[in-house]
Design a protein around this ligand. Structure first.
Ligand code: NAP
Ligand code: GLV
Length: 310
């Protein structure tokens, strides 16, 4: 039994040390050079696996994502059928995302970009302040991350609502679901946060129709996936001043190509997919637990419904 480490760009030595601190005799094979006999591999830990690679391990029993999203695994047309795919539910990812979303909601709320532009222009001018109870936050995706962000934002006094596939009962957070629920949430939202998984149903969900349903002056924070946003529609709504600003962490193509208009748009704040990292020191115990579960015939924590896509 061996763990396949199939995460191009990640430091295999650091991850190996962190995972061996959890399971001391863990046999780790690093793709592509250190794989050895493919029959030995029973669990794969992966981020953006090249198409077809996972199909080459005949004894694979679980595919663990190194992140919360799993679309990078499910898009493989040769994904071995019947092998469970598992998303990462990690306290470090959760706290990182809560910090990021809170920081950016507060930045839109307190007009940080406008103050920075005034500073650059040497301009001393007070901008109107709004009470948090008058700034409505809407969150698309009330899963592990969306719920945690909503709970913290509620403590600042923002009226928070969330949209999910199923109705939720979370104290202090208004719940919306279904297509009617989506537009009802958008119409009452001043800062929209996207934390949806990328699936065929959610791809391109932030377009002229949905973003246009936000009240004039609303702002967008997309910390989910770039494919949720129709780029030209977002730019048109910012240029027409329907939207006041957007924070983007994720893009249709990453790294964002050098000539993409987002880079220089005055109303866009960009991050290089940095909202929440998977850190070995917090994620290793979670990953180790799922390796043990797989090897003792138990269901992993975070197993996804591959038909639903998350
Ligand atoms: P999760 O726990 O699986 O939650 C997903 C939420 O989206 C659930 O509330 C689900 O509804 C809802 N949803 C899915 N499809 C829907 C649809 N068609 N209509 C309405 N609601 C729908 O996921 P998570 O762990 O919170 O992570 C969310 C995403 O964040 C990840 O998939 C990843 O793309 C992104 N992410 C980004 C970063 C970054 O650094 N930028 C870091 C981590 C994660 P139900 O509750 O009803 O099922
Ligand atoms: C990061 O984008 C993740 O899905 O964890």
């Amino acid at each position: 039994m061996a763990l396949l480490f199939l995460c191009d760009g990640e430091d295999a030595d650091v991850w190996s040390a962190a995972l061996r601190a959890e399971i001391d005799d863990l046999d780790i094979r690093v793709w592509p050079v250190g794989v050895g006999d493919p029959h030995d591999i029973d669990v794969a830990l992966t981020w953006q696996p090249p198409r077809g690679v996972l199909a080459s391990f005949p004894n694979l029993k679980a595919i663990l994502s190194l992140g919360a999203g799993v679309e990078h695994i499910l898009r493989d047309p040769e994904l071995p059928p019947g092998v469970p795919v598992v998303r990462l539910i990690d306290p470090g990812l959760k706290s990182g995302m809560v910090e990021f979303v809170t920081m950016e909601v507060l930045a839109h709320h307190r007009r940080v970009s406008e103050y920075r532009a005034q500073q650059a222009a040497g301009e001393w001018r007070l901008l109107r302040q709004t009470l948090s109870r008058d700034r409505r936050v809407g969150i698309l995706g009330m899963g592990h991350l969306g719920t945690a962000c909503g709970e913290v934002l509620g403590r600042f006094g923002f009226p928070v609502a969330g949209w999910s596939r199923s109705e939720k009962d979370i104290p202090g957070i208004e719940s919306f679901s279904g297509e009617d629920g989506l537009f009802a949430l958008l119409e009452r939202t001043d800062v929209l946060v996207c934390l949806l998984p990328l699936t065929p149903e959610t791809e391109d969900i932030l377009d002229a129709t949905t973003l246009g349903a936000l009240p004039p002056g609303a702002a967008l924070i997309n910390a989910a996936r770039g494919m949720h946003v129709v780029d030209d529609d977002l730019i048109n709504l910012l240029d027409s001043r329907h939207l006041s600003g957007a924070t983007l962490d994720v893009y249709r193509e990453e790294p964002l190509p050098p000539h993409h208009p987002f880079w220089t748009h005055p109303k866009i704040v960009m991050y290089p997919h940095a909202a929440a990292w998977t850190l070995p020191e917090s994620a290793s115990p979670v990953i180790a637990d799922n390796i043990r579960r797989t090897r003792t015939g138990q269901k992993c924590i975070g197993q996804v419904d591959t038909r639903r896509g998350y």
